[in-house]
Design a protein. Structure first.
Length: 168
C-alpha cells in the first residue's frame, strides 16, 4: 500500500550521539549541558515515533533540545556585540552526526556539521506535526479546538519545511 509513503520521513537518525567532548569541555556546567543534550535528543526522537503524543510535550522537548543545541550552531558570546545568528559557532564541526535515508537503502549520510543535525531534526519535527494533524483529523469526532490544532500544526510544518529548504 502506497498510503504510508506520503507520511514517511526518509531521513532518520541512525546513530546514538554521545556529545562527549572531554578534551574541549572547560567547565562542569558544559559537561552537564552535553549530558543533557544526549538525554533530550533521545527523548525527542522517542516522542517522534508516535503521532498521538501530546503536542505540548513534543513542542517542549523540541524547543528545550534546540535551546541547548544552539551553542553548537551560533556563537553565543557574539550576542553581546550584536546579532548572534550572524556568527557561526566554533563547535559546528565538533560532533559527528549520522542520518540514514530509508529510501536509499542502508547507506547513511554522516557529517561533522551541527547544522546538518539541526535541519534534519527540524524536518523530523515538521513531519511529526503533519502526522499529528492527520492523527487528530482522523478521530471519529473532531472538535473545533482540535481542528484549530490541526491547522496550526500544518502551518508550522510548512514554515519548518520552508526554513529547512532556505538553509540547505
Amino acid at each position: 500500500t502506497m498510503a504510508h509513503w506520503f507520511h514517511r520521513n526518509p531521513m532518520k537518525p541512525t546513530e546514538y550521539v554521545k556529545f562527549e567532548l572531554k578534551k574541549m569541555l572547560t567547565s562542569e556546567a558544559s559537561g552537564k549541558i552535553c549530558s543533557e543534550l544526549r538525554l533530550r535528543r533521545e527523548k525527542l526522537l522517542e516522542l517522534f515515533r508516535n503521532a498521538g503524543n501530546d503536542l505540548a510535550e513534543v513542542d517542549k522537548e523540541f524547543n528545550d533540545y534546540l535551546r541547548l543545541f544552539a551553542g553548537f550552531l551560533v556563537d553565543i558570546s557574539a550576542s553581546a556585540g550584536g546579532d548572534p545568528s550572524k556568527a557561526d559557532s566554533k563547535l559546528i564541526p565538533v560532533v559527528r552526526f549520522q542520518w540514514g535515508h530509508s529510501m536509499l537503502g542502508t547507506a547513511a549520510t554522516e557529517l561533522s556539521d551541527s547544522w546538518f543535525e539541526a535541519l534534519n531534526l527540524i524536518e523530523c519535527m515538521a513531519m511529526w506535526l503533519l502526522k499529528h494533524a492527520a492523527w487528530v483529523a482522523g478521530k471519529d469526532e473532531v472538535h473545533e479546538y482540535e481542528a484549530k490544532e490541526c491547522l496550526s500544526c500544518l502551518r508550522r510544518a510548512a514554515g519548518m519545511f520552508a526554513f529547512v529548504g532556505a538553509n540547505l
